[in-house]
Design a protein around this ligand. Structure first.
Ligand SMILES: *Cc1c(COP(=O)(O)O)cnc(C)c1O
Length: 369
């Protein structure tokens, strides 16, 4: 048996007539840019989350950049974010003119550690970007309390956490703004790049929409950029959205199955779900000190695994100029050596799951070399 890391084709096949019809409709109406398809998706995504505004854009990275520009980031302003994320979270701080300030993560959840945020707040700090990594929330009570006390804005990076909740409240509704990616492999994925930001702040939404579209059409009230969701992607996303809740439950069911299958292996640490919160398992990430050997063993069994991510952000060449040392981010540094993302996608079959579990059990049953 061969188990891919994700299987986007399986999802397409499961809803092929709907997707094909949506694409045909866009072509029929030539609704390629700024069409009703975009308006419709923005409205339904805002409604799904229970927020006032959704401003679509080209991808989740642009969404972060646009949101920070909208919040008025100025040169020299410091933005605090997590050491453990995709580089889009931090590179956009720099692009928007700010200074990246990394924070270590919590030992169990891989999300930003509020105690560390408190230690990094300076007179120049203007905002915090928590990332709901792998599909579960950061400690939002603590993050929002710190933000209120220090008069900081919060942008939630929800690129991996579509429909996840924190104490019953939808992620993306806590911060001043939240950003989403609809990259094909994300929990809600387009067939190309796509993203958006959401907010309840009408002025912010209006500014961001203008900025993303050259500062306005016909009347350029300012210089902007060109970052748009195209009609085809919007129509595909609208077609997929009604299925998202079901796909999320399927992800959670598969994660539970992994959990049962791996529970008896003391050498494997399974994902820890924050109490009273939901995890939507964009990724199912285990920890083991024998990570590299296990990855090779699974590869030999035709099971694809991924490192999300091979290093914590402060340790990439891109951030060498900050001169960080491993001791400054002990959890993120430890995690980068132990994490392994297992195959997980809604359409994953029971036999594939069982095969992955068996292969992992087989690895730990064999004597250590
Ligand atoms: C995917 C991702 C992004 C960027 O989204 P793109 O649509 O690929 O630009 C940002 N942050 C995190 C945590 C992501 O996983």
């Amino acid at each position: 048996m061969k188990v891919p890391f994700v299987d986007l084709h399986a999802q397409y096949v499961s809803i092929k007539p709907e997707v094909d019809a949506a694409i045909a409709a866009v072509i029929h109406e030539s609704g390629f840019v700024r069409s009703r398809f975009v308006d419709e998706f923005e409205a339904s995504w805002a409604q799904t989350l229970g927020v006032k505004h959704c401003v679509s854009c080209a991808n989740g990275t642009d969404a972060l950049y646009i949101a920070m520009r909208g919040l008025g980031l100025k040169p020299g302003d410091e933005v605090i974010t997590t050491a453990h994320s995709w580089i889009a979270t931090s590179e956009t701080i720099t692009q928007a003119g700010g200074k990246v300030v990394f924070c270590d993560t919590e030992e169990e959840t891989f999300t930003i550690d509020p105690a560390q945020i408190a230690a990094k707040i300076s007179p120049r700090t203007v905002g915090i970007i928590p990332v709901h990594l792998y599909g579960q929330s950061a400690d939002m009570d603590a993050v929002m309390a710190l933000a209120r006390r220090n008069n900081l804005w919060v942008i939630e990076d929800c690129a991996q956490s579509h429909l996840a909740t924190y104490k019953g409240q939808m992620l993306g509704t806590f911060g001043h703004a939240a950003t989403f990616s609809f990259y094909p492999g994300k929990n809600l994925g387009a067939m190309g790049d796509a993203g958006c930001l959401v907010t309840n702040d009408s002025m912010l939404a209006e500014w961001c929409a203008l900025f993303a579209r050259h500062g306005g059409k016909g009347d350029h009230v300012m210089e902007g950029i060109n970052s748009r969701l195209d009609g085809m992607q919007a129509a595909i996303l609208s077609t997929k959205l009604p299925h998202l809740a079901t796909w999320t439950v399927q992800r959670q069911d598969h994660a539970a199955e992994y959990g049962r299958g791996l529970a008896t292996l003391p050498a494997v640490r399974r994902p820890v779900v924050r109490p009273d919160c939901s995890h939507v398992y964009h990724l199912y990430v285990i920890r083991t000190t024998r990570r590299d050997e296990l990855k090779i063993h699974l590869q030999a069994n035709n099971i694809a695994t991924v490192l999300n991510y091979p290093r914590a952000l402060p340790f990439y060449p891109a951030y060498r100029y900050l001169g960080h040392r491993p001791e400054e981010f002990p959890n993120a540094f430890q995690h980068q050596q132990e994490i392994l993302s297992l195959p997980l996608y809604p359409e994953m079959r029971a036999d594939a799951l069982a095969y992955v579990i068996d292969s992992i059990r087989e690895f730990f049953a064999s004597p250590r070399v």
